[in-house]
Design a protein around this ligand. Structure first.
Ligand code: ADP
Length: 397
């Protein structure tokens, strides 16, 4: 029997999973996949490390009605891929660690209480993350469950980067700029420390541009500021989320158009960003193919806002030594990357058109004062690493 770690990322109607084999002190991916459409049209897909399909199954909604059943179906479906392996721990992506949790934690009853208390800070995500932990505890009784927080990497922000301009009691009540995508930023930061130690010791802006998009200013491996705030709505526009919006707009919509919290949630989370602006799709590939001027406009707005934030974060860092693009759009959307970098020459950023077209690891033009890198992120690998760290520390404690 070899040891394995299961990593789960539970959303409202999906569970993404990845199984890692433990090899000495590190974790190697063995298989991954997801169960989508829990309660509606459940679909499990799993692939092994060579991308061969291990499982591809569908059920009717009531047959996989909740996360506990979904996890049971996942484990049945990937049975052949886990034969001969013993799951020694389950790592969970948890969106919110609140103001205090800056490290991954071993989940026990007290910790579940703490995570539950954070639901009001992330009502759309935290309950599903907790459901994932409950499902895994049921399925693997006695196996350590380890929570890793998307907010944790940002917890060393200075007060001025964390606060809103409200009376201090709001800050005390937890109304703060938490920042998200922390596991991705930590992964990139660790990678730079290994591959580019001189850059990692400097000032880096990481643009995590995916369906959810944000940017982070990192100095000497620590997050200094980030574009996301109290929720994952703030900052740059995203697939379906609005990004920065004047709060006065919300007051206007409530007062004059009588929109309530549910209406605004639907608009800001689900029908804004690239999808809302274009009326076509949240996917950059669809928009690039479309001849509809609204598609081009949405991409122009996206690039414009990302460029503004790069400037803002460079100011927060007092300069910039490297810009790193990551996540689905950051790693693949060449045209959008070029558009974002247009006009950033004043920050020493000039890209090489050919390298950019090739999605090369380094896309800065020769002589560009600032390095411009493209790197794949891997939040699940970061979680697996954290799980090993927690297990190691609890052994030696
Ligand atoms: P998530 O936040 O869901 O993890 P990803 O990081 O996978 O999202 O990013 C998904 C987005 O990446 C897609 O919606 C698409 O817009 C973009 N993307 C992926 N591949 C390409 C590509 N080849 N060209 C342009 N955009 C791409």
């Amino acid at each position: 029997m070899t040891d394995a770690i299961l990593v789960l990322n539970a959303g409202s109607s999906s569970i993404k999973f990845e199984l890692f084999k433990v090899v000495e002190d590190h974790a190697e991916t063995r298989l991954d996949g997801q169960m989508e459409g829990i309660g509606a049209s459940p679909h499990l897909i799993a692939r092994d490390a060579r991308r061969q399909v291990l499982a591809d199954q569908r059920w009717s909604g009531p047959d996989v009605a909740d996360h506990v059943t979904a996890l049971a179906r996942i484990m049945d479906g990937i049975e052949p891929g886990i034969a001969g392996r013993r799951i020694i721990a389950v790592g969970h992506r948890v969106v919110h660690g609140g103001p205090d949790l800056a490290e991954p934690m071993l989940v026990n009853d007290a910790a579940m209480d703490t995570l539950g208390k954070l639901i009001p800070l992330a009502p759309l995500h935290q309950p599903h993350n907790i459901a994932g932990i409950i499902a895994a505890s049921n399925r693997f009784p006695g196996v350590p469950q380890i929570a890793c927080f998307d907010t944790a990497f940002h917890r060393a922000h200075a007060w001025e980067a964390d606060t809103f301009a409200l009376p201090p009691e709001y800050y005390e009540r937890g109304i703060r700029r938490y920042g998200f995508h922390g596991l991705s930023y930590e992964y990139i930061s660790d990678m730079l420390a290994r591959e580019e130690p001189a850059l990692a010791a400097g000032r880096v802006v990481v643009a995590h541009l995916g369906n959810g998009s944000s940017l982070c200013a990192i100095h000497k491996g620590r997050s200094v500021d980030s574009t996301m705030g109290f929720t994952a709505l703030d900052g740059v526009p995203m697939g379906t989320r609005c990004g920065q919006i004047d709060p006065g707009v919300l007051l206007h919509l409530m007062l004059t158009e009588k929109m309530d919290a549910a209406d605004l949630t639907g608009l800001l989370y689900g029908n804004a960003g690239l999808k809302g602006m274009s009326g076509i799709s949240q996917d950059v590939r669809d928009l690039e193919k479309s001849a509809d001027p609204r598609a081009a406009q949405a991409l122009t707005y996206y690039a414009w806002r990302v460029r503004r934030e790069i400037g803002a974060l460079a100011a927060a860092l007092g300069g910039i030594d490297a810009l790193v693009f990551t996540a689905g759009i950051g790693e693949n959307a060449r045209n959008l990357r070029a558009k974002i970098c247009e006009g950033l020459g004043h920050l020493g950023i000039t890209i090489d058109a050919e390298a950019n077209q090739a999605n090369a690891h380094e896309i800065a033009a020769p002589g560009s004062a600032t390095r411009v890198l493209v790197r794949a992120t891997d939040e699940e690998a970061m979680i697996a690493r954290h799980v090993l760290g927690v297990l190691h520390r609890s052994k030696s404690a």
